[in-house]
Design a protein around this ligand. Structure first.
Ligand code: 6PG
Length: 251
């Protein structure tokens, strides 16, 4: 199932995973056609794992230009990769280890020293990859985000001082469940993407999603995701979308 509207709603989690995988494929093909490379950043949590597992299955696997694809992470919890809370660790087990790519195409965050140093190392890696002069922001082709029941996205939590960050690409912060030191891309970096896609599933997200999509004032970090020169897409399943006004349910 393809999604060419701002909001697309699937019947269930499998349908959501398939919409997300289809988006990954179409953005990858378009990016490589236009620029010869595809840069994508993935979020952690449970929602995207269905999509991740589809990426190593056909028809999706065979259609993705893997040799031109570079995978980054939006955020990471500072725990060992073996820990189930590790975003990269989960992705590695779910699909990365099966990909026909070289190690220099997989840009994970490794919390091997203090979080602030790790954030600086990852930021330098982003700057080097995109060959950026200092103080400018790279444009990812595609960024997948999730939505917490508290309205957080990435590792940008309500009330956190890092929400006000305007200069850095990456910050060290703390929060979440489990409550951990975390590394996260910042709002200005996320908002530079060509395409930001939220994946939201389950009834437990229906209230916060209704607020995020209908409240005029910004109360949640997820509401601050407004790509300055890019597209914003919400891929939802029916349960998560159950409280949205009818008008939202037709794109
Ligand atoms: C993280 C994620 C986070 C996630 C939301 C939703 O590392 O915690 O990046 O922002 O996307 O918490 O998580 P679920 O998909 O598990 O509900």
């Amino acid at each position: 199932m393809n999604c060419d509207q701002a909001i697309c709603i699937s019947e269930n989690q499998n349908g959501l995973a398939e919409m997300a995988a289809e988006t990954f494929v179409s953005d990858a093909l378009q990016s490589v056609r236009q620029r010869g490379i595809f840069s994508v950043a993935l979020s952690g949590g449970s929602t995207p794992r269905g999509m991740h597992r589809l990426l190593i299955e056909d028809p999706w696997r065979a259609r993705i230009p893997w040799s031109r694809t570079h995978i980054f992470w939006v955020d990471e919890r500072c725990v060992p990769q073996e820990n189930p809370a590790s975003n990269y660790g989960a992705a590695k087990r779910d699909f990365v280890d099966e990909l026909p790519v070289s190690h220099n195409q997989i840009h994970f965050i490794s919390c091997e020293t203090s979080p602030s140093v790790v954030a600086g190392i990852y930021q330098d890696r982003l700057r080097a990859f995109f060959a950026l002069p200092d103080r400018s922001f790279p444009r990812f082709d595609l960024i997948f985000l999730g939505l917490g029941t508290d309205g957080h996205t990435a590792s940008l939590f309500p009330g956190s001082s890092v929400l006000a960050e305007k200069e850095q690409l990456v910050v060290a912060t703390r929060g979440g469940d489990p409550y951990e030191d975390r590394i996260s891309m910042t709002l200005p970096l996320l908002n530079r993407a060509r395409h930001v896609v939220f994946l939201v599933s389950g009834r437990e997200k229906s209230e916060v999603l209704q607020s995020v999509l209908t409240e005029p004032t910004i109360q949640y970090p997820a509401q601050a995701i407004r790509p300055s020169d890019g597209k914003l897409t919400w891929l939802l399943d029916r349960e998560a979308a159950s409280l949205l006004p009818e008008a939202f349910k037709h794109g």
